[in-house]
Write a protein that binds this ligand. Structure first.
Ligand code: HEC
Length: 114
């Protein structure tokens, strides 16, 4: 009597894993944090508290479910941004679009440090 229960369970599990893998490229948390250190992002940002710039968890909350958030934030990281969070602007950061995307994907996914 066990088999008929396990088969549908495994099928659902595999389907979920496959669709999750296709939905978005995996977040490379280690590389994202290396890039954020190299480019001095952590001089102005912390994960869970406001420094000069907003906490990364607040950025994730603000843009959760917003279409185009990744592209908007990549552009803001590269070109700088002002007036979104307050009076202090973010200066342009010199990093490639690919590297900015790696960091922004990690931020939008909740800045996990494991
Ligand atoms: C000199 C300080 C400073 C540095 C360095 C800095 N930021 Fe910022 N960042 C800010 C400030 C201030 C804001 C808020 C700007 C605004 O209100 O538009 C901000 C905003 C942001 C936002 C949200 C933008 C938006 O449109 O909501 C993201 C994402 C971000 N920073 C990521 C980064 C990353 C990644 C780096 C490193 C490559 C970085 N920041 C480096 C100060 C900084």
């Amino acid at each position: 009597m066990i088999r008929p229960l396990i088969v549908p369970f495994v099928a659902v599990f595999v389907a979920t894993a496959v669709s999750a893998a296709h939905a978005e490229p995996a977040v490379d948390a280690a590389r994202a944090q290396d890039l954020a250190r190299q480019h001095a992002c952590f001089g102005c940002h912390a994960i869970d508290k406001k420094l000069v710039g907003p906490a990364y968890r607040d950025v994730a909350a603000r843009y959760a479910g917003k279409p185009g958030a990744l592209a908007t934030l990549v552009a803001h990281v590269q070109n700088g941004s002002s007036g979104v969070w307050g009076a202090v602007p973010m200066p342009p950061n010199r990093l490639s679009a690919a590297d900015a995307q790696t960091v922004v994907q990690w931020i939008l996914a909740g800045s996990k440090t494991n």
